[in-house]
Design a protein around this ligand. Structure first.
Ligand code: GLN
Length: 488
């Protein structure tokens, strides 16, 4: 087996045993990127000297006897979505407007990864400011799906999912505002978890929609994501929405059977519009859970049908406010004008891409006087109804089970002309963000021709990541899907 083919946990076992060095693991990722990233374009920039320097420092700690019990990610190369602030490195959010921005500090997640011993290398591509479902809205060119480079990897964390599936890194950290971790994980055939709102600090993460944004890991296996989540979760006084709840040892809690676990199947989720092969893979996954001893119960999320509409009012409203800071005064590449207003217009007109502008205009509209009550306030009320649906359903069952996306990876360009069609990619993932709870996507099979991965989504109780990971792990270990890799 080649080094890049190992899972994160297989790599840490070998690093601990002294069988491989962190430098070798890092070099294996760089070689792999040189070999396959030309067609995938997951990576935007890599500071190779810095990466190998971090790996050497990790090797030194390993030689001196630091263990993975002390630093669970010691020596492991991890990539980051281009949305995280890493000291002295660019954080472009795949936008021209931040083209020359370099972060003056490490955000909390980055700091925690460093404390856990990770080798942080390479920024991966995304939809501009995390707005999109296909990574086609990147000012630096689209990313291809490792299973078929003509198809999209999903988005907005498409670079993370593609990099993990193409085995160019041992794990990646993304963000999920309406599905941006789970949807690309499903389309690329890897695992991605969106933790509960408040579980992971957002300090040093460029904000899109602050009441929905959450940071989370992607990996080849449930265990890999559990290890990563354990490293990045926890309270942070610098993010007032982060919650002071203990962080369990997620990786240690994965084993054990799931007999008697109750899974709720939302009846609203299997209506029209779902690809028959996706439905078949999902139904087989439900059967598999039954054979593992789980009980399946039908539940209802009566307001689920309003999820997408509600999200696109609230997320755009918050985005229009959050993105106001990119005005050419403090941040961004300034385009001069005769007066300050012209300077703003020129800077923002030249710097933002089409989808970002569309969202800013929509968001400004729903917040404007006269429309505020009709759209924004109303959407807030519907959000509460959606949250109550989740509360009620999750009182009866331990987790909800759904497909992650109604279809598999689509062809590049197929949905770019029709934003509404693109928005519907998130129909199964969005409500979880509105409800603020946690969700995971795990591989649950493939379509036949072409062979493309299908994702299964499990949605858990607030701060129920431990239980959710255990339920996902039991399924994963009883099926062959997580062992399949794209041929590149
Ligand atoms: N696809 C959704 C959007 O375009 C979700 C994005 C995300 O989760 N960041 O807004």
């Amino acid at each position: 087996m080649m080094l890049h083919e190992l899972t994160l946990n297989e790599l840490t076992a070998r690093l601990a045993a002294g069988e491989v060095s962190s430098r070798e693991a890092m070099q294996a990722c760089l070689d792999r990127i040189d070999a396959v990233d030309g067609s995938i374009n997951a990576f935007m920039s890599i500071d190779r000297d810095d990466a190998l320097g971090q790996a050497d420092a990790a090797d030194e700690r390993l030689t001196k006897g630091t263990t993975h019990a002390e630093q669970p990610l010691l020596g492991v190369p991890i990539s980051l979505k281009d949305i995280f602030c890493v000291k002295d490195q660019p954080a472009n959010c795949s936008s021209k407007i931040l083209g020359n921005f370099r972060s003056p500090y490490d955000g909390t997640v980055v700091q925690k990864l460093r404390e856990a011993g990770a080798v942080i290398f390479g920024r991966v591509n995304m939809d501009e400011f995390a707005m999109g479902s296909s990574t086609e809205n990147s000012a630096f060119g689209p990313t291809g799906n490792p299973w078929d480079a003509e198809r999209v990897p999903g988005g907005s964390s498409g670079g993370c999912a593609a990099a993990v599936s193409a085995q160019e890194c041992f794990g990646s950290i993304g963000t999920d505002t309406g599905g941006s971790i789970r949807q690309p994980a499903a389309l690329c055939g890897c695992v991605g978890i969106k933790p509960t709102y408040g579980r992971v600090s957002r300090y040093g993460v460029v904000a899109f929609a602050s009441s929905l944004d959450q940071v989370g890991p992607m990996g080849k296996t449930v265990r890999d994501t559990a290890t990563l989540l354990g490293a990045i979760a926890g309270h942070d006084p610098r993010d007032s929405t982060s919650v002071p709840a203990d962080v369990p040892d997620y990786a240690a809690g994965l084993e054990g059977d799931i007999k008697g676990v109750k899974l709720g199947l939302p009846k609203e989720y299997l209506g029209e519009g779902i690809d028959p092969e996706v439905r078949a893979a999902f139904e087989a996954a439900v059967k598999q859970y039954q054979s593992l001893g789980a009980e399946i119960e039908e539940v209802s999320l009566p307001h689920a049908e309003y999820g997408v509409a509600t999200y696109y009012i609230l997320a755009t409203a918050e985005a229009s406010a959050n993105l106001a800071r990119f005005d050419g005064i403090r941040y961004c590449d300034r385009v001069e004008g005769d007066d300050p207003f012209a300077l703003y217009c020129n800077t923002r007109g030249a710097g933002f891409g089409e989808e970002v502008k569309r969202r800013i205009i929509l968001g400004t509209y729903v917040l404007s006087s006269g429309y505020y009550d009709a759209y924004y306030i109303r959407a807030q009320k519907v959000r509460t109804l959606i949250k109550r649906d989740f509360d009620r359903a999750l009182e009866k069952v331990d987790a909800l089970i759904t497909p992650t996306v109604p279809y598999t990876a689509f062809k590049a360009g197929e949905k770019t002309g029709d934003p509404l069609q693109m928005y519907l990619s998130d129909i199964y993932t969005i409500s979880c963000n509105l409800a603020g709870t946690c969700g995971i996507s795990v591989p649950c099979g493939f379509t036949n021709d072409p062979k493309l991965p299908v994702g299964l989504q499990l949605l858990g109780k607030p701060f129920g990541e431990q239980e959710l990971l255990k339920i996902a792990h039991a399924y994963e270990q009883s099926t062959p899907w997580h062992n399949e890799r794209a041929a590149l």
